[in-house]
Design a protein around this ligand. Structure first.
Ligand SMILES: Nc1ncnc2c1ncn2[C@@H]1O[C@H](COP(=O)(O)OS(=O)(=O)O)[C@@H](OP(=O)(O)O)[C@H]1O
Length: 406
């Protein structure tokens, strides 16, 4: 009898049987691989294959995309961007799906900020980072999981108004271990009577190791805020973005002017008596800049080590440098570096090469970095003279020279 040849070369009667076994084997192998893939997705590790997205409204997609694209005009070839950590993506998905309790509206500018980033409107938890459904990661089964929990913030950006607080929060959100509520909660100044459970409910869900944050710049000048935050936790980390109080006052005035063009001139609001050179410290635009005075209240409830002072000027000049300090203060790995920023000439400010959750270049909206009105040079000089001793005191208290007085 001739020896059997190589498979296929000499067909035998047993061949149909082995073919069917082979087919069954292939089928089993496919099922096994599919099951493995499903488990892999459940573990939130599948990032590369696309899958259907269930229960997500198309609104967020378009709005988020539009909101992010508006002022961007980013670099042609943004540098490689690290993908958000899988667990963070899971939280994002969950946020897209679920409507949390509506966060109170912020002050005028922040409300406008929400309008400029319409993604926020449909984003529960106020993420508002322009997250797009089209970019939602796959692993749909993960949507069914219900992980993470809402925590009271461990760190709060407490001020100052017009200091650059939005820029700092938006930059920080790029960090996979930072979860922040997008809108300003105004809990410790306006809604304290609603209770801590209400406040916690505004927060996004976090997993272990992630920091919950919020920003409400008016806290810094709210007399009750230090005691209230200390009552929540004396371990709360407090971040204050400060800016030259004169420029800050003009910025504050520019914001009001943009909403009420009929307000009196900056010059007339600045002085109680211009001839006598009496500055009106009751005018909020001036009052907020009395940093040393406000800081005294905070130091009655928190040690200086619990506070970090960020230079609003350096945040524009060297965002990565300031973000390094902030990440260190928060005990975070230094993930946000200069690779994350580019300078947008049209905007005149640093912008993100890829915003959190969207993957697109992102500049802040038009209410951030708006043109300032021309102010009489003499008034500005007198205001500088007024603030100089207070600034010096602030430098002494913080041990930092912000260089506002030349
Ligand atoms: N990257 C980037 N892009 C745009 N704007 C930036 C940025 N970094 C800091 N700033 C400055 O932020 C100022 C607004 O500060 P806030 O976000 O704290 O304002 S608010 O209190 O929340 O209304 C805003 O003030 P104005 O320039 O006076 O509009 C900016 O100067």
């Amino acid at each position: 009898m001739a020896p059997p040849g190589p498979a296929g070369a000499h067909p035998t009667s047993a061949e149909p049987l082995s073919r069917s076994i082979f087919r069954k084997f292939l089928l089993m192998l496919c099922s096994l691989l599919t099951s493995l893939y499903v488990f892999y997705c459940l573990a939130e590790r599948c990032q590369t294959l696309s899958g259907p997205v269930v229960g997500l409204s198309g609104r967020g997609e378009e709005a988020g995309a539009a909101g992010r694209g508006a002022l961007a005009g980013g670099p042609r070839e943004p540098a490689v961007w690290p993908a958000p950590a899988p667990r963070k993506r899971l939280l994002q998905l969950r946020q897209w799906r679920r409507r949390g309790p509506p966060a109170p509206r912020g002050d005028g500018d922040e409300a406008a900020w929400e309008e400029e980033t319409p993604g926020l409107a449909g984003v529960p938890g106020g993420s508002g980072a322009g997250s797009s459904v089209a970019e939602a990661p796959p692993g749909t089964l993960a949507l069914l999981l219900d992980e993470g929990s809402k925590q009271l913030p461990q760190a709060i950006i407490i001020g100052v108004k017009k200091g650059g607080t939005r820029a700092l929060l938006e930059f920080l959100r790029v960090h996979p271990d930072v979860r922040a509520v997008g809108a300003e909660p105004h809990f410790f100044d306006r809604s304290y009577d609603k209770g801590l459970a209400w406040y916690r409910d505004l927060m996004p869900r976090t997993l272990e190791g992630q920091i919950t944050m919020e920003k409400t710049p008016s806290y810094f000048v709210t007399r009750e805020a230090p005691a209230r935050i200390a009552a929540m936790s004396r371990d709360t980390k407090l971040i204050v973005v400060v800016r030259d109080p004169v420029t800050r006052a003009v910025s504050d005035y520019a914001q009001t002017l943009s909403k009420r063009p009929d307000i009196p001139s900056f010059e007339s609001l600045t002085f109680r008596n211009r001839t006598a050179g009496l500055v009106d410290t009751a005018w909020s635009a001036i009052h907020i800049g009395l940093y040393a005075k406000h800081l005294e209240h905070w130091l009655r409830h928190f040690p200086l080590g619990r506070m970090l002072f960020v230079s609003g000027e350096r945040l524009v000049r060297d965002p990565a440098g300031e973000l390094r300090r902030v990440q260190d203060f928060l005990g975070l790995k230094r993930i946000i570096t200069d690779k994350h920023f580019y300078f947008n000439k049209t905007k005149g400010f640093p912008c993100l090469k890829k915003a959190e959750g969207s993957g697109r270049p992102h500049c802040l909206g038009k209410t951030k970095g708006r043109p300032h009105p021309d102010i009489d040079g003499d008034v500005l000089r007198r205001l500088r003279d007024f603030y100089r001793p207070l600034n010096r005191k602030f430098y002494q208290m913080t041990g930092l020279d912000f260089g506002w007085d030349g």
